[in-house]
Design a protein. Structure first.
Length: 346
């Protein structure tokens, strides 16, 4: 049966992200004497001059139809003012003691920061930034409904022979990567992405080949506080090896499309290996419940009078599929598994 056509604008108005938790998890507390976030003082929004679509990367129309937008990756865009960069770096360094290993893929990462820094929380949830990102993506977006995906920091490894972050796609769909440290002071360690598809990179890995250098893009960040916006689950990217020691700090912030009709690309098994389960499990459940809520709202508003039981049953099944996925994920007893491509070098 044909699926009921969604009135996407109505769905966007009906649906909104879950509210940020009103209580902190056990063992978490906010930094004291931290500057209060002020978008007028700490933001300096400048749109990117160019962007690359999923079509440009080589994805098919069928693959793109499973995504919320055809947007792939942007050129550099400015997000923070100089004062905003200063405060964010101070917050990152204050929280650094809570960083942990990201396993084989990345040596030092820090998640759950929005439960430790009010400044970071308010920056990551800022509606001004969400509106800015919506213009870039071309669809309405909001800060991610899984707070662990808000304000995620990556730090440089100790070993210069180790990549800052290996070739991978993100565990969520929409996000940005921000240079918190000054990229003009580092040697190596560039943010890079592959001008191609995930399937191509998997074939390169399967054939034990290096990434073709002429298809590796290294955007130039003019300074700290600049971001690259991407559909992270579709764009293969990495942080390359530093050539000299440097305190390289980046931040990633996640977003969700307000229209919940597209399949959710979020990967549970990956983050299960790095995130505290007492945070991840309820956040995952809330996220999937929010997605189902959006679909149920559409069904409530748009289901027509009909005696077509199959259509109604299929709509109900579709609406609760995200919740059923969460139940299945949470029922698994395994420790999870990270999915990435590796170094892919000669």
């Amino acid at each position: 049966m044909n699926k009921i056509k969604s009135d996407s604008m109505k769905n966007k108005l009906l649906n909104s992200p879950i509210s940020f938790p009103k209580t902190l998890p056990d063992g978490y507390h906010y930094i004291e004497d931290e500057p209060v976030y002020d978008p007028k003082k700490h933001l300096a929004l400048e749109y990117p001059k160019d962007s690359t679509s999923l079509n440009d990367l080589g994805y098919s129309n069928q693959e793109i139809s499973m995504c919320p937008t055809n947007f792939g990756v942007s050129g550099p865009a400015r997000l923070l003012s100089d004062e905003g960069v200063k405060v964010l770096m101070q917050s990152a360094q204050s929280l650094r003691k809570y960083s942990s290993s990201g396993g084989e893929r990345i040596q030092y990462l820090l998640r759950g920061c929005v439960y430790r820094s009010r400044f970071l929380r308010d920056l990551c949830l800022c509606p001004n930034v969400a509106d800015f990102l919506s213009e870039i993506y071309g669809i309405p977006v909001a800060p991610h409904s899984i707070p662990l995906h808000l304000g995620h920091f990556n730090f440089a490894p100790d070993d210069l022979n180790r990549a800052v972050d290996k070739w991978h796609t993100d565990t969520i769909g929409l996000d940005y990567v921000m240079m918190v440290s000054d990229p003009n002071q580092q040697v190596g360690g560039q943010f890079q992405y592959f001008l191609g598809t995930k399937k191509e990179v998997q074939e390169i890995k399967d054939n034990n080949q290096p990434m073709p250098e002429d298809r590796i893009i290294s955007p130039h960040f003019p300074g700290a506080g600049y971001i690259i916006v991407l559909q992270g689950n579709m764009v293969v990217h990495r942080g390359s090896k530093l050539k000299e020691p440097f305190d390289r700090v980046t931040m990633v912030n996640g977003y969700v499309p307000l229209d919940t009709e597209s399949p959710d690309p979020s990967r549970f098994a990956d983050v299960k290996t790095v995130d505290p389960h007492q945070l991840l499990f309820p956040e995952w459940a809330r996220h999937k419940a929010w997605l189902s809520k959006g679909k149920l709202n559409r069904l409530i508003e748009e289901l027509p009078f009909t005696d077509d039981k199959d259509l109604i049953i299929n709509e109900l099944k579709n609406a609760i599929q995200d919740v059923e996925t969460a139940i299945s994920d949470l029922s698994e007893s395994g420790s999870g598994e990270q999915n990435f491509y590796g170094d892919l070098e000669k």
